[in-house]
Design a protein around this ligand. Structure first.
Ligand code: SAM
Ligand code: SF4
Length: 369
């Protein structure tokens, strides 16, 4: 679908112009491409990969209790892909059939000059090669960037909000300011962005607030998705204490609300219900109680250029070395192919007392949520 981007950017981050991006479809980054460009990425289970999530930084201005430890050590800046490299990498994936691109982190909006990356990537929306450019954000910097994001062709965003209680918010995020996030959500809505809210269901933390959070979200016109805590990275606490199965949340909600399963999909793993009383949609992201790997169309790249074929598995392919080895994308495409061939059937998360170590040692902020 061809889409209009108001200020059509015609350049990538190296300054090369793309007068007619679609005419240059196999060389989106302006450098010679290998024969692999244009070949869709289909794994050994027949799943086509059309959704890429890229973590643009591991840094964040929050320290959510389920995501990070209080004293995180972040990567040295030189380890990170430059914005130009991120542009080239995303472009290579778009040439291979990625239709939906989500920038995430850490907190994507704390990466310096990240808007130049959005601006550059929006050329793929203008050319029609990319259907959707979006991001997942904690909302803290959204008030500053909402209008420009909309101007770059971003239409829908995910904002994480676990609670509307300022004190609880400060506790869960270890220092975050709820008012700042709510102002960001308002600014995004005013800029014309459709905001979907994500809340991690946390035992003893926000579990009793979920009905009220949902009613408020729906009243404001936002879909809300609930997420089960996943065992990713050491966070300095016990996962069993945080874990609240969404099957339990759903049962409790069903006592007060009429929930009807609907086929609506947002492109991600959430399964949605319509809530009769609010007229809104509620999504359940249930990696633990319901394995969602069957229809997985996603891969993830970290801010250091590591391709993870599955959020819940350790196997990975380095894309940074082939990216840096030559200006030609042939090596990069070879590495992407190697990864796609190894995409596993599914994850094997488990949270119980016997398994105290995280299933996957890397943090969500490293892989990108
Ligand atoms: N900083 C941004 C944000 O918070 O939206 C983007 C990155 S964050 C890692 C992406 C999403 O992952 C957030 O919705 C967050 O709540 C979720 N998340 C982080 N750690 C998680 C975990 N261990 N289990 C489940 N969800 C997690
Ligand atoms: Fe930061 Fe997002 Fe992780 Fe919270 S969930 S610490 S906001 S990256």
């Amino acid at each position: 679908m061809q889409r209009m981007v108001r200020h059509q950017p015609a350049r990538d981050l190296t300054g090369r112009s793309h007068v007619a991006a679609s005419a240059d479809a196999t060389t989106g980054s302006g450098v010679a491409s290998s024969g692999a460009a244009g070949h869709p990425m289909v794994d050994t289970f027949g799943r086509a990969v059309s959704y890429l999530r890229v973590s643009v930084t591991d840094r964040c201005d929050f320290r959510c209790a389920y995501c990070m430890s209080e004293h995180m050590t972040f990567l040295p800046r030189q380890e990170l892909l430059t914005l130009e490299e991120l542009d080239r990498l995303c472009t290579a994936f778009i040439e291979r059939g990625v239709k939906k691109l989500r920038l995430t982190g850490g907190e994507p909006l704390v990466r310096r000059d990240v808007m130049t990356l959005f601006r550059a990537l929006s050329r793929h929306l203008a050319s029609g090669q990319l259907d959707e450019l979006t991001l997942t954000t904690n909302g803290s910097q959204l008030a500053r960037h909402a209008a420009e994001l909309a101007d770059c062709g971003v239409r829908r965003i995910n904002v994480s909000l676990d609670t509307r209680d300022a004190e609880r918010f400060r506790a869960i995020t270890r220092g975050g300011d709820l008012a700042q996030v709510l102002a960001g959500i308002r600014a995004a809505t005013e800029a014309g962005l459709k905001v979907k809210l994500n809340a991690v269901a946390l035992k003893g933390e926000n579990e009793h607030e979920i009905p009220a959070l949902m009613e408020w979200a729906h009243g404001e016109g936002h879909d809300l998705s609930l997420i089960e805590v996943m065992p990713l990275g050491e966070v300095g606490g016990d996962r069993v204490d945080q874990y609240l199965p969404l099957s339990v949340v759903r049962e409790r909600l069903a006592e007060r609300f009429t929930l009807t399963d609907i086929p609506y999909r947002s492109g991600g793993p959430a399964r949605f219900v319509e809530v009769k009383e609010t007229g809104g949609r509620l999504g359940f992201i249930t990696p633990l109680t319901h394995n969602f790997c069957e229809g997985c169309n996603r891969v993830r790249v970290t801010c250091t250029g590591t391709l993870y074929m599955c959020l819940g598995q350790e196997d990975a392919v380095d894309l940074r070395a082939p990216l840096r080895a030559s200006r030609d994308d042939a090596l990069l495409h070879e590495a992407i192919d190697a990864g796609i061939r190894r995409k596993p059937k599914g994850h094997d998360f488990v949270i119980d007392r016997a398994t105290s170590a995280p299933a996957v040692p890397r943090h969500m902020s490293t892989t990108g949520g």
